[in-house]
Ligand binder design. Structure first.
Ligand code: PEP
Length: 258
């Protein structure tokens, strides 16, 4: 598999009607996409099949679900399985986002179960990790994140780490109340995570190690000056397709292939 030079993706969270999702996907379908950038979008479950249908079958844009249950089927009201997410068009499954951890009782153990189930279904786990502000203030972020990564990968064997995407999303940097991180703040953490993931995979590393948290067109290029950052996971700034495309162009310019 030839990997892209840089990744740029967005999760839409609890946003967009089918009409809005259709419009977004149509804009992407008509846009000239930078070839060196692997784009991905994580619509809400309701819009997965619509986005899949609107993008041409040959589109390089990957589609993912923001959550899926680890069980294959059964009495889990409100949930969808990995197979159902895939059936609707997803190839990526997000897990461990701080909003799901804090509001929907996602735990290290359920993240581990989801990572295992996604891999078993042939899907790409996108595992989010991130420390709260007080942990960062205490200088304990590497220990905190290492524990989250260890737990998330506790059911994944070393040869499978290569199939996993990890996103570092410090909680203090996410969302409307977030403080955008500088590359001086992200780079040491990304280096520590890259080293940890390399150790866990006999040197191969994950499929991608992304940074997310208040990424925007003003800071995207700076964040990508860190060579251990394989790409950007964007929220608000990419909720319109023009935003995603602008950051993708900036990422392509920041990472010119050798
Ligand atoms: C997120 O919540 O995963 C995220 C990256 O959001 P934002 O870019 O809006 O901070």
């Amino acid at each position: 598999m030839t990997e892209p030079v840089v990744w740029v993706g967005t999760g839409w969270k609890m946003n967009k009607t089918l009409a809005e999702a259709t419009s977004y996907a149509q804009t992407l379908a008509q846009a000239a996409l930078p070839e060196t950038v692997q784009l991905f979008i994580l619509p809400p479950h309701t819009a997965l099949a619509t986005v899949r249908a609107e993008l041409p079958a040959s589109s390089p844009v990957m589609i993912g679900a923001q959550n899926a249950h680890w069980a294959s089927e059964g009495a889990y009201t409100g949930e969808i399985s990995m197979r159902m997410a895939e059936d609707a068009g997803a190839t990526i499954i997000e897990m461990g986002h701080s909003e799901r951890r804090s509001m929907f009782a996602e735990t290290d153990e359920t993240v581990a179960l989801k990572a295992r189930a996604a891999l078993d279904a042939g899907l790409v786990p996108l595992i989010c990790v991130g420390e709260p502000g007080d942990v960062r203030a205490a200088g304990e972020e590497i220990e905190f994140l290492s524990r989250q990564v260890d737990a998330a990968l506790s059911r994944v064997c070393s040869s499978e780490v290569r199939k996993v995407i990890v996103a570092y999303e410090p909680i203090w940097a996410i969302g409307e109340d977030g403080r955008p991180a500088t590359v001086d703040q992200t780079a040491p953490v990304m280096a520590a995570l890259a080293a940890l993931l390399a150790r866990k995979s006999d040197g191969r590393g994950p499929r991608a190690l992304l940074y997310g948290g208040s990424v925007n067109p003003q800071n995207a290029g700076e964040l990508l000056t860190d060579p251990t950052t394989d790409g950007l996971f964007v929220g608000r700034s990419a909720w319109q397709p023009e935003g995603l495309l602008e950051i993708a162009q900036l990422a392509a310019a920041a990472r010119v292939p050798d």
